[in-house]
Design a binder for this molecule. Sequence first.
Ligand SMILES: Cc1ncc(COP(=O)(O)O)c(C=O)c1O
Length: 298
Amino acid sequence: MKHKLSHYVGNTPLIPITIGGFTVWGKAEFMNPSGSVKDRMATFIINNAEKNGLIFKGDTLCEATSGNSGIAFAMLAAERGYKMVIIMPSNMSEERKKMFEYYGAELIEAAEGDFDEAIRMRDELCYTNEWFNCNQFDNPLNIKAHYHTTGPEFYNQYKEVKGEREYPAVFVAGTGTGGTLMGTDKFLKEMWPQMKSVAIEPAESPVMSGGEPGLHGIQGIGDGSKFLVDLDMVDEIRMVSTECAKACARHLAKNYGLFVGISAAANVFAAFQWLRDNGETDAITILCDRGERYFSCM
Ligand SMILES: Cc1ncc(COP(=O)(O)O)c(C=O)c1O
């Protein structure tokens, strides 16, 4: 019997969003137990550490995060009896900070927008205190989590509605660590070699496009993309401005009942733009988390 909340991570619905003749199929990751796509990576890493005897009840786990990963790890820590320390740049939403508190995690703030500093602090604290470093940014298990779950789910769900011979023209995903994009894309391209993939980054922080990191409002993406993203695997990089993403988030809530977060809206916006530019009809993407997490930033 599935008696733990974390047993219900994944197997999220695939929701069609249609405008004219274009359909973007969004994977409703906000329906994961802690409310975001990050439950997949966190559960995979913790299950693996437990299986290999790397962590035991009462141990301290530590992660640097822009929010959702911290919330996912904090949920698991509370469920399974670990202590959780989260290092986060100070400009992330108040809602996220409150959630850590409710889950009983300890929050340490790094300088505004400074992800590298948060990661440095995490590594030093883990080394000094012998804490378990969840290490989402460098961890192959982050990619594997999506290769083994998100990818196969997209494949089976899409075939179920559209038929055996159909495949989406493109998979679109914003990149934080890049784990979602890399793992899902790898699986789907093995199944559908003609499918394209597009990485999304904030226009104000176009790191993958060769620009400088900058402050932006699409929380969860942009900051760590240099870590797991292999640009040779990606067909295109697109930028979305914070303003466009926020406008799209409002539109999705009002017109489709999809109250999703800002990065989810950036994905949907870019997916429709790609379909229009390429004369294709169907895209798949990730609805990373819920809109409630961003009231204070909208
Ligand atoms: C809101 C949100 N969107 C998108 C992502 C991107 O996920 P990944 O780290 O797998 O690239 C994240 C990850 O932190 C996120 O929190």
